[in-house]
Ligand binder design. Structure first.
Ligand SMILES: NC(=O)C1=CN([C@@H]2O[C@H](COP(=O)(O)OP(=O)(O)OC[C@H]3O[C@@H](n4cnc5c(N)ncnc54)[C@H](OP(=O)(O)O)[C@@H]3O)[C@@H](O)[C@H]2O)C=CC1
Ligand SMILES: O=C(O)[C@@H]1CCC=N1
Length: 294
């Protein structure tokens, strides 16, 4: 009997316009889960040839920073993933505009950049999927918020969902909620890493070795996340089960409360969302023609 190998979910070129950490996290996850063959992935950047060579050696993907080749890839790709820094997005979209065909799908991972601004910068109602993934996508544990423009076809919608479902959890949301989602899950891994850095430092200060303190912290964070997921219990209820009256945990939580831990984290989520809006507004200004006399 002939052995069937499963066909990848995506069987055409996907061009990553930007080849940094976020693009790599998505590509690594997609290839590890056989959602796309490496020879259908193309990664473009501005200048770093070393970076493209590194990505090729890690994942077998093609890449270029040569303008002529970049244009060729961008002209023919059914899907273009915008993955440069926000400050580079307006120029990249403007130069993309003349060659863009109506059916090409733009998937953006760029913080703050709205669907309206993307369509304004390319000068037409291009189908756009605005996403906010996170770097845990690289190990299939990402959390991605997704909003669609009206122009996205059912097939394109499915493609984008397939892509991000393969590398973690997805949440389809109204675009106006994507800033808050950025505050929770887009930037969220950094808050947890920061907490872990502090726990590790605390352990070391108390005499544990760096290795012990790191291993214990990692297992504690992993275990706590899994407990919430597997028991279905509220974090607050699980916290209470750790906290004996007048015991060690209560003493520790009181110190966190003195630093207004709970409200500080809420303020961080909110400031992150606000910063995303500010970045979006700055990008939106790129749509207004500049007065030469200014
Ligand atoms: N990092 C994260 O956790 C997350 C990031 N994001 C979003 O992802 C985007 C990328 O972030 P990140 O990966 O961290 O950034 P990086 O700085 O790691 O990567 C940016 C990449 O864009 C390339 N680039 C810049 N200008 C152009 C251009 N005109 N054409 C093609 N490529 C270009 C750079 O190339 P070169 O190095 O050659 O200049 C580099 O490869 C951002 O917009 C961010 O908001 C979203 C969610 C999470
Ligand atoms: O810090 C940033 O702007 C990006 C967006 C979300 C995570 N990192």
């Amino acid at each position: 009997m002939c052995q069937q190998t499963a066909k990848p979910l995506i069987n055409h070129k996907v061009v990553f316009h930007g080849a940094g950490s976020m693009a790599e996290a998505i590509v690594r996850g997609l290839i590890a889960r056989s959602v796309i063959y490496a020879d259908n992935v193309v990664m473009l950047n501005r200048s770093s040839s070393e970076r493209l060579a590194e990505l090729h050696s890690r994942y077998g993907v093609a890449g270029t920073n040569d303008s002529e080749h970049k244009e060729e890839y961008l002209r023919s790709a059914p899907v273009i993933v915008l993955a440069m820094k926000p400050k580079d997005a307006a120029a990249a979209l403007r130069s993309l505009a003349p060659q863009l065909k109506d059916e090409q799908l733009i998937i953006s991972v760029i913080a703050g950049l709205s669907i309206r601004t993307i369509q304004g910068l390319v000068g037409k109602k291009q189908p756009v999927v605005r996403t906010m993934p996170n770097t845990s996508s690289s190990i299939g544990l990402g959390a991605t918020g997704i909003a669609f423009s009206k122009e996205v076809s059912e097939e394109q919608r499915r493609l984008a969902l397939n892509m991000f479902e393969a590398i973690g959890l997805t949440a389809v949301i109204d675009e106006e909620r994507i800033e808050t989602l950025t505050g929770v899950s887009g930037s969220g891994p950094a808050y947890i890493y920061y907490m872990m850095e502090a726990m590790i430092a605390g352990g070391i200060r108390g005499g544990l070795s760096k290795e012990q303190s790191t291993e214990l912290t990692v297992q504690t964070v992993l275990g706590a996340a899994r407990m919430v997921q597997q028991t279905g219990e509220e974090p607050a209820s699980l916290r209470k089960k750790v906290t004996s009256p007048n015991g060690t945990t209560q003493a520790a939580l009181e110190v966190l409360d003195k630093g207004d831990f709970f409200e500080t984290v809420i303020a961080a989520v909110s400031r992150c969302a606000e910063r995303s809006r500010e970045m979006g507004a700055a990008l939106d200004e790129e749509l207004t023609p500049k007065d030469d006399n200014e």
